[in-house]
Design a protein around this ligand. Structure first.
Ligand code: F55
Length: 838
């Protein structure tokens, strides 16, 4: 780009004219921002400067929508959904905002005409990885759908300075690096210091009888932290709605009473200030419960308190009495991480706003609804009582009071059933005492839901059975979904074009319309287009693999993909056993006709989860052997793509032929990756677990590769005494596979490396790999036979996509709105700058 020409082009018209949604206006504001925001000219500008200039140009176009939306909601006094989540795994904003504004092609053209590589600019954005996996990504899909459905909503969470770690693979092992996503600034957020709030922590309580006979409680904290909100606009798809994601950052408070709290200990006070800023420093990288970490509890309380105080501020700004809190706000708890909200709202209403307990309790129960995301008993959050009391002394008293009243009700309902009382109690007293966060969430909510049909049934019959017996009407299912805007339109532009050319564009907002593709599965011409697109997506992914893994993979081979967090229950090692079985087959019969396959793995292991890290090492170890063995003749390739993220997912799902969803039945609450694969035309090999069951139901048994034990069969095997070693002895192929790992074939002769993994399987196998092995291998055989019938495979692929309508997060959100939130849509009329100023 020429500097002089660019400088001459900067214009000085008012924002409203410049913020038009067309190519020329976009170019104009891009150049303006390069000069006036970045302070750069082309000779000096980096790719990052160009990205930021474009991002600011797009932001100007968001602000009008954002302001109009806020004004509309305020004027209407709209009922608002508050989605409380410790994680929002948003993925990059620029491409998505361009799609939702409807100016993606214009922006691309504008950049191209300025001589810039648009895709390269998009790639500059560091994605905000403020989540671990499915739970955080679900929150992101949900706020996208709420904006698209014009539902007034606020996402509340934590602005972690460091998101999920960056994963690289060194010598086959996972290595973690910190995620400095804010390094070059974040153009999508606006700091709102004027709405900062104070959060108390620690200390003790004082109970006083006043002269008028009332009892007042004072919480004297040992620390104060200030929460500063950062707002990010969340656009609806081609409407005027821009909702808000409000993330809280912890800062040392402006004024802190050193005299009272620190008695002359200046150094200690400064240290305390520093430590208070640690609160929002880093996302805990565990996708199950973080046992007994004080800072984690503080994080949870911090963002919950900030968010509830913010809602109270909003009510007061609209002069609404707090008795109506539940009418103004429907608050959804994304798992138990924000469950302390139940006690905090009680504290705010009773202690700070002097509402009588019973009234406050009614308001609280009508406000909250709780979504559970796990069936793993060890993942249910509980906090040791001493730790809880140290951080939140007043909340512990409130929880005791809630518990006393609740257990009175239980005793009335079930006289003499003290075992039930102990099971239902908010306090686990079976050993050292704990606060049970799921119980707090259940008691303080009017609605409780699971995230897939099977999951909800298992909650009712198992994990939350006593609560279901007590309050059956609180329970309902809300099957998860994903947003087709990010996961199809943005991630798979080729498929989007073909689909829109065939059935129009309505499907993007009404995914059920993909049904109209069904008859086209019978058109040879359409099938051939469909294959060309998949092939192009695979070539693009193959290039990424070549760059990142240094392995050449054939785009004409079957791309067999498993991407998700690494976990024993998700059974990446079952897939590994199958690959070894295939490899042994090729070694035994070198001329075996085997359709070439590329096995692609991706996912992060929690840094402290040793078995998961060993599973990564096993996969990379298999790749090292198989990819190099001349006898394989490129019929098998195994790659582990480092740093699976939203950005990488956008390249992977559109390129997959086969989606691996192979968790032990009854363990995966829902899964959402399974839906992203299906939409993009991958076939699924899967167990009867989570949403797999519903995917199979909509695509039909003929279009789904099912294997493995069902949940009742798993339970029965467990009950009769499962002995994995017997299964090992009775299956020669399984024996050969396991022996090979044990003897060091995939660890350069080191027979000790995989010992913990092999021994765990042989003697415990808590996730029933051996019991499912034979069924999995046979099912994979059927997959291979189907694959070689190209036309048949393509038909199945088209039908999978055509029948994925149910798994749009728009459907999930409609379900929540209808049954739980009752928050009507509020369409937004765009204000002009003139209106805003008037
Ligand atoms: C993160 C932190 C903690 Cl402390 C506990 C759990 C997690 C987490 O990431 N959980 C998670 O992702 N759960 C998943 O939720 C998805 C959305 O509902 C489900 O699809 C998936 O089955 C479930 O494992």
């Amino acid at each position: 780009m020429d500097t002089r020409a660019a400088a001459a082009a900067v214009d000085h018209r008012p924002l409203s004219e410049r913020a038009a949604l067309n190519k020329e206006a976009l170019k104009q504001s891009f150049l303006d921002n390069l000069f006036h925001t970045q302070g750069k000219f082309p000779a000096l500008a980096s790719k990052s400067d160009y990205y930021l200039a474009l991002a600011y140009a797009v932001r100007e176009r968001l602000l009008q929508r954002w302001i109009s939306t806020a004004a509309e909601y305020m004027q209407k006094g709209a009922r608002t959904v508050s989605y409380l989540s410790a994680e929002f795994l948003m993925g990059p904003h620029l491409g998505n905002n361009l799609i939702n504004l409807g100016i993606y092609d214009e922006a691309k053209q504008a950049m191209t005409e300025l001589g810039l590589n648009f895709d390269e600019l998009l790639a500059q954005e560091e994605e905000p990885g403020l989540g671990n996996g499915g739970l955080g990504r679900l929150a992101a899909c949900f706020i996208d759908s709420m904006a698209t459905l014009e539902i007034p909503s606020l996402g509340y969470g934590i602005r972690y300075e460091f998101g999920i770690f960056h994963q690289s693979i060194v010598d086959g092992w996972q290595v973690e690096k910190t995620d400095k996503w804010l390094r070059y600034g974040n153009p999508w957020e606006l700091q709102r210091p004027e709405w900062a709030v104070q959060v108390k922590l620690g200390g003790y309580t004082e109970h006083r009888s006043e002269e008028d006979g009332t009892l007042t409680v004072r919480w004297i904290p040992s620390r104060l932290v200030s929460g500063v909100p950062y707002d990010t606009p969340i656009l609806g798809y081609r409407n005027n709605t821009a909702n808000t994601l409000r993330l809280w950052s912890a800062q040392a408070p402006e004024s802190f009473d050193f005299e009272v709290f620190n008695r002359g200990d200046y150094y200690g006070a400064v240290m305390q200030k520093m430590s208070s800023e640690n609160l929002s420093k880093v996302l805990y990288p565990n996708d199950e419960h973080e046992g007994g970490k004080e800072l984690r509890l503080e994080q949870q309380y911090f963002f919950v308190s900030c968010s509830l105080q913010d809602m109270i501020r909003i009510m007061q700004g609209q002069r609404l009495p707090l008795e109506h809190f539940h009418e103004k706000f429907a608050v959804q708890l994304n798992d138990t991480h924000p469950a302390i909200a139940v006690a905090e709202l009680m504290r705010l209403l009773v202690d700070e706003h002097k509402m009588p307990w019973n009234r406050a309790w009614q308001v609280t129960c009508k406000t909250f609804a709780y979504t559970n995301h796990t069936l793993m008993p060890e993942a249910l959050e509980r906090w040791p009582l001493p730790l809880f009391k140290k951080v939140l002394p007043r909340h512990l008293e409130i929880i005791f009071e809630i518990n006393a009243r609740f257990l009175d009700e239980v005793r009335r309902r079930y006289p003499g059933d003290s075992a039930r009382v102990a099971r239902l109690s908010l306090i686990d007293e079976s050993g050292p005492r704990y606060v049970r966060m799921a119980h707090l969430a259940c008691v303080g909510s009017h609605a409780i839901n699971g995230v897939a049909e099977l999951h909800t049934e298992l909650l009712k019959s198992d994990v939350l059975r006593d609560f279901y017996e007590l309050w059956p009407n609180k329970f309902s299912n809300k099957t998860n979904g994903v947003t087709p805007r990010r996961w199809m339109v943005l991630a798979n532009p080729r498929l989007t074009r073909l689909v829109s050319d065939s059935i129009g564009e309505d499907w993007i907002k009404h995914l059920d319309q993909l049904q109209k593709l069904e008859p086209l599965a019978e058109s040879a011409d359409f099938r051939s287009h469909w294959r060309e697109i998949k092939r192009a997506n695979k070539r693009a992914l193959a290039e990424v693999i070549a760059r990142r893994c240094n392995v050449a993979v054939d785009p004409d081979s079957m791309f067999d993909v498993q991407v998700k967090r690494i976990h024993e229950y998700k059974r990446q090692h079952l897939a590994a056993l199958h690959i070894i079985a295939l490899y042994l087959q090729l070694k035994a019969q070198p001329n075996l006709e085997l359709a070439p396959r590329t096995f692609i793995f991706g996912g992060k292991a929690a840094p402290g989860y040793r078995m998961a890290k060993l599973m990564i090492k096993l996969i990379t170890g298999i790749g090292d052997v198989v990819n190099r063995d001349p006898m394989v003749r490129d019929r098998l390739k195994v790659v582990f793509l480092p740093n699976f993220s939203v950005t990488n997912g956008q390249r992977i799902y559109p390129a997959a032929d086969l989606s691996e969803q192979i968790s032990t039945a009854g363990k995966e609450a829902s899964g959402t990756g399974n839906m992203k694969f299906q939409m993009n035309g991958a076939l699924t090999i899967g167990t009867m677990d989570g949403a797999n069951i519903e995917i199979r139901e909509v695509v039909g048994a003929d279009n789904f590769f099912l294997f493995g034990l069902t949940t009742p069969q798993v339970y029965a095997l467990q009950a009769q005494g499962y002995r994995p070693h017997d299964w090992y002895e009775q299956d020669p192929q399984l024996r050969e596979v396991i022996d090979m790992i044990r003897d060091g074939y995939f660890s350069r002769g080191d027979a000790s490396l995989f010992r913990p993994l092999v021994d765990s399987l042989l003697w415990h196998d808590p996730y029933f790999l051996f019991a499912d092995f034979r069924s999995y291998v046979e099912c994979q055989q059927r997959v291979g036979e189907t694959w070689v019938d190209t036309e048949r495979w393509t038909r199945m692929s088209i039908l999978n996509s055509a029948r994925s309508g149910k798994f749009s997060s728009d459907r999930s959100i409609r379900d929540y709105t209808k049954d739980i939130w009752h928050a009507p849509s509020v369409p937004v009329e765009l204000l002009t700058e003139h209106h805003v100023r008037a």
